[in-house]
Design a protein around this ligand. Structure first.
Ligand SMILES: C[S@@+](CC[C@H](N)C(=O)[O-])C[C@H]1O[C@@H](n2cnc3c(N)ncnc32)[C@H](O)[C@@H]1O
Length: 182
């Protein structure tokens, strides 16, 4: 927790939140994933790994999980915690570069992308790059699952996805919305 606050003070525009997401939010983020039927999941902006931990606990060993985290300090911790797990790749790079790692791991398209990125504070050009790539690398029936503290960016997501469902999670500081985009 202390490390998260310290990194937020250093980089508020890239961390986007003072504290990590709650257990309740993490559960809601992954509850709709069909873990039995997926070959590849990507996570954007893992931070201290609250969603990563849930994804690793539920995924099949053969499912490849690519975790993108641009902050070096968080990435080192994620590597120590999960770097040894089967088919889990911790990548210290921006989500906007995800596409180039797919060919590296022989993957064409992915089933789910779970995002902790702070879209409300990220530069619009980076958000647009990420969403454009996300749309391209997701399978037709794939899902982009993200959370937001308000619905102000919903319109922005709607310009990339045909259908968006939202669920409110009260047990988080602050309360958040999980958006499931197809
Ligand atoms: C709001 S925190 C969420 C962390 C964690 N998923 C959670 O919910 O507690 C956002 C994270 O996204 C990371 N981040 C910001 N921009 C990024 C980018 N372009 N690519 C990958 N990670 C990024 C930040 O370093 C930070 O760890």
């Amino acid at each position: 927790m202390f490390k998260f606050i310290k990194e937020f003070i250093k980089n508020p525009n890239f961390i986007g939140s003072v504290v990590p997401s709650s257990e309740s939010l993490a559960k809601k983020m992954v509850e709709g994933i069909n873990f039995q039927e997926c070959n590849c999941i990507i996570e954007y902006g893992a931070g201290t790994g609250v969603f990563t931990q849930k994804l690793i606990a539920r995924k099949k060993e053969s499912t490849l999980l690519l975790v993108f985290e641009s902050n070096k300090i968080f990435c080192e911790d994620l590597l120590n915690m999960y770097g040894h797990k089967e088919n889990v790749k911790i990548i210290n790079d921006g989500a906007e570069n995800a596409r180039k790692y797919l060919s590296l791991y022989n993957i064409n398209q992915v089933d789910y992308i779970v995002s902790g990125l702070p879209f409300t504070v990220l530069p619009v050009s980076i958000s647009s790059d990420i969403l454009m790539n996300t749309k391209d690398i997701l399978k037709d029936n794939g899902e982009f699952i993200t959370f937001q503290y308000s619905l102000v960016k919903k319109r922005f997501f709607e310009s990339y996805f045909n259908s968006i469902k939202s669920k409110k999670v009260i047990m988080n500081l602050p309360p958040a919305y999980v958006l499931i985009c197809k």
